[in-house]
Ligand binder design. Sequence first.
Ligand SMILES: [Mn+2]
Length: 432
Amino acid sequence: MQIAITHRNTDFDGLASIVAATLLYPGAVAVCPKSVNPNVRRFLSLHKTSFDIILAEEVDPDAVTRLVVVDTNQWHRLDRVNGLWERDNVEVLLWDHHMGIGDIHPHWQRVEKVGATITLLVREIREQRLTLTPLQATLYLIGLYEDTGQLTFNSTTPEDARAAAFLLEQGADLTIAADFLNMTYSETQKKVLFRLMSDAEQHDIKGKQVGIGVVHIDRYVELATVVQLYGKIVNADSVFVIFVNENGSCFIIGRSSTPEININNVLQRFGGGGHPGAGSATIADPGKTVDEVRQEIIVTLHKLQRGSALVADVMSFPVTTVSPETNMRQIRHLMEEKKIRGVVVAEDGCLRGIVVLWDLKKLRQNKQWNSPVKAFMNRQVATIAPDALASEAAELMVQKDIGHLPVVQGEKVIGIVTRTDIINYLYGMLPF
Ligand SMILES: [Mn+2]
């Protein structure tokens, strides 16, 4: 017997992947854990009979010869496979897109950094020139869209978009997909959201807005979408919510929309993980209080943020400077010659002002070209320190609508950040 199995609290990516595995491994049976996410439960209640899916308890472990694990690389996330991993006559195959370290050491694996596991299986389906029913295509598309936020999460790759195109070609139904992706919120989910709105703290961590909340829950509901919605409403760059169960144990769900806060890196410190944009962790240490967990998140964020790009990493240097006595004609020549749109005015390396292309346009009379730059330069110049974050420079330039930001250390100008530097920095980071 061959079985395809996925993680507990099964999401659509997990469900889609076990169903797709039965196509790639003829004879394999899709085994669904008992605990699935509420939207998956709703889907299954309608579509159960459309797919051959059995429960883990229906499987005779002794009969299993091949185990296809999808969407997780950790044994403890699988349902009732007791003993299976110790048997050496079971062949283990792994399909996954989680890059963290797991304890499943398969005989064969396809693990790649893509937005959803189903993307990897879809690629194989395409290569084998298999066709899908619209129903299969729809399920796979829901899995793909859920894990990639309709292809908007940072973790999305071109490969995911290609898989989506193929699934649409195969007749995936967007109306059905949208129905299961945009679930109405349950009473418990609404309560959690309102609790977060009123109680969660907002922290400014190196220029990034981070929401951190603590919510006590008495039963399991799908919480990731609530956390995500909360982050959107308060316009946070990233959010972390610590959920405390009735027995005092807790788990964290994190979401981030900025490449500078990597959820996977933060939650790895708590024994969890995920992706740069989304992840979770279960707190294993029962002695840890909620306050300690919250403090640890904040400290970790400060530490990790330090690793982000600094102004010194992105600035241009050396800077073209002129003395305050330089006449405007020379300034114009300099700009044309060097193809620059701004010139820093300095004396002994100390910033005195800045003159930009726009200022030249203000010159009306011919004789003004003979006047010194000090008569036309801007003296109120926004500056930034080399050890500030590159993202702070970007924000400052957008805020003040300026194209040149001199970098000043002590009194001296040591570099300049231009729009080109910012664009290079921003796009150099993608895909994250
Ligand atoms: Mn997944």
